[in-house]
Design a protein around this ligand. Structure first.
Ligand code: MF3
Ligand code: CO
Length: 253
């Protein structure tokens, strides 16, 4: 069941999204060559706690292997769900940061891909086109349109640049839980309901230089490209109203 959100709920989710944006603005300058990703996770936990929220990702997932951090940091061929570790960021890395805040039961979700120092032209172009895919998807996310119009917009733009689109992981409804219905695919396949006012969804294209195929690593979380080529990831939480669509998370591009 897709839970439509009322105005009060959307106001709560927007506040959570604004808090997440404020967090990202301070975090981005810390993403530099030489920094350990675990340091960035510690910083994120402290920031969210001080602000009065809770990290929405920490402890998420199966009891046997809950997600162990506040933020996902996925570097180069890592697509999503990279676990912070002793690994140090290096000059030229493409670093995806994905985080969510639970503020009094209202959940936000956003991802950006940061270029550490100077990255090469191929990586930079992938990063730009992935952002464009996100905004094309958002332009198609309107009350009255069908859900797969988002996927068509994302997919066609990526393919026009020769890129692969990850199909094993998707965007999702969000706001009262981290993952709600509907599944928001980036490839035009699957259920295709009409979108309505009150939809709150996370759109999150994951775009690869090579094929869209991915594998999950031994840790049970880290998703990597099957061909180990570069991947980028951008995500916004958005709300659909009868006559307009609002990006609830902050633009950080
Ligand atoms: N933005 C990601 C998602 O929607 C982050 C989830 S990480 C998890 O799937 F650990 F919480 F699962
Ligand atoms: Co998400």
């Amino acid at each position: 069941m897709i839970r439509l959100k009322n105005e009060k709920q959307i106001n709560g989710i927007r506040t959570s999204c604004r808090m997440l944006g404020a967090m990202f603005r301070e975090l981005i300058p810390l993403v530099m060559p030489g920094v350990e990703t675990l340091e960035l996770d510690r910083w994120t936990r402290n920031w969210i706690k001080k602000a009065g929220g809770k990290p929405a990702f920490l402890g998420y997932g199966p009891n046997s292997n809950p997600y162990p951090a506040a933020i996902c940091i996925s570097i180069n061929d890592e697509v999503i769900h990279g676990i912070p570790s002793k690994r140090k960021i290096r000059e030229g890395d493409l670093v995806s940061l994905d985080c969510g805040i639970d503020l009094g039961g209202f959940i936000s979700d956003q991802a950006i891909t940061v270029e550490a120092g100077r990255v090469d032209e191929t990586a930079h172009k992938l990063n730009l086109v992935t952002q464009e895919c996100l905004y094309r998807g958002i332009e198609s996310a309107k009350a009255g349109n069908r859900l797969l119009q988002i996927a068509r917009a994302v997919h066609s733009h990526a393919v026009s640049h020769g890129y692969g689109v990850v199909h094993q992981f998707c965007g999702h409804g969000v706001g009262l839980d981290l993952h709600e219905e509907p599944t928001v695919s980036n490839t035009p396949k699957g259920p295709n309901p009409r979108m309505l006012g009150g939809f709150v969804i996370a759109i999150e294209p994951m775009i690869n230089i090579g094929t869209g195929d991915v594998n999950i690593q031994e840790d049970g979380w880290t998703v990597v490209t099957a061909d180990h080529k570069l991947s980028a990831h951008w995500e916004h939480t958005i709300a659909l109203f009868k006559d307009h669509t609002e990006i609830l998370t902050e633009r950080l591009d």
